[in-house]
Design a protein around this ligand. Structure first.
Ligand code: MN
Length: 247
């Protein structure tokens, strides 16, 4: 298959090299990723300036834009043909529960999905990720499966892999997104000129990590696979809001 790889950690990241390495022998792989770490970029497009694509000695293309920019430009004109699949990652850290809203890793996959291309986001669920080869191998197996049994229509899978040697994985589970507690407060500091500066605080701990969630599966040593949809409509509130409207 023709596979487009991107990420949000930058084209130089260990995770993207592991992913490209695991897929290159069986597939036609193109890597197009941000020139710097754009973790937390979500689904942002750069609309106020043009984008440049450059090629690193590794053969990877890098773009002065967001993960979404990378997939958008690669899949809508930069590549001679659109890819058969978009794979994003391997992210340096988990993307579970509410993380998916902020994640540039998930956003790169989402852009493929929105363009009609099946897409997989892969994250190594750890604060100090080590076993990138495990996550890359899991991604290769999922793609092998997709090549044998294609998805019916566009599919967006969010995959989180425990940071373990491959042999220690317990298996693979289909999950729903859990929920996190709200993130820690911003952290106030001072720059060298005595002016206040602010750091966004760390993410909150899992609030809904019950049976069936991505948090639960990964904590138990399973690969978590969550199919995502992009319809943000609160279907359960449609009737209430209709009756609440003043006219
Ligand atoms: Mn990242």
């Amino acid at each position: 298959m023709r596979i487009l790889i991107s990420n949000d950690d930058g084209y130089f990241a260990t995770g993207i090299a592991a992913l490209a390495g695991a897929l290159a022998s069986e597939h036609e792989v193109t890597v197009c990723a941000p020139e710097r770490d754009r973790s937390g970029a979500s689904n942002s497009l750069t609309l106020d300036r043009p984008l440049s694509v450059r090629r690193a000695p590794s053969g990877f293309y890098y773009v002065n834009g967001t993960p979404t920019d990378c997939v958008h430009l690669a899949a809508t004109g930069f590549l001679p043909e659109p890819p058969d699949m978009v794979v994003s990652g391997v992210n340096h850290g988990a993307n579970m529960g509410d993380d998916t809203i902020y994640s540039g890793t998930v956003a790169a996959a989402t852009e493929g999905y929105l363009l009609g291309v099946p897409a997989i986001a892969v994250s190594l669920a750890s604060r100090n990720p080590q076993h990138f080869e495990t996550a890359a191998r899991v991604a290769a197996e999922l793609i092998q499966r997709a090549a044998r049994e294609p998805f019916r229509g566009a599919v967006l899978l969010n995959v989180n892999v425990p940071d373990l040697p491959y042999a220690e994985l317990k298996g693979i589970k289909t999950t729903r997104l859990g929920r996190r507690h709200k993130s820690a407060p911003v952290i106030k500091d001072e720059n060298p000129r005595g002016e206040p500066i602010w750091w966004i605080g760390p993410v909150g701990a899992a609030a809904d990590a019950g049976e069936g969630t991505d948090f639960h599966a990964v904590a138990a040593g399973y690969v978590s696979v969550t199919p995502l949809s992009i319809d943000l409509t609160a279907h359960a509130q449609l009737d209430f809001v209709a009756s609440w409207l003043p006219l």
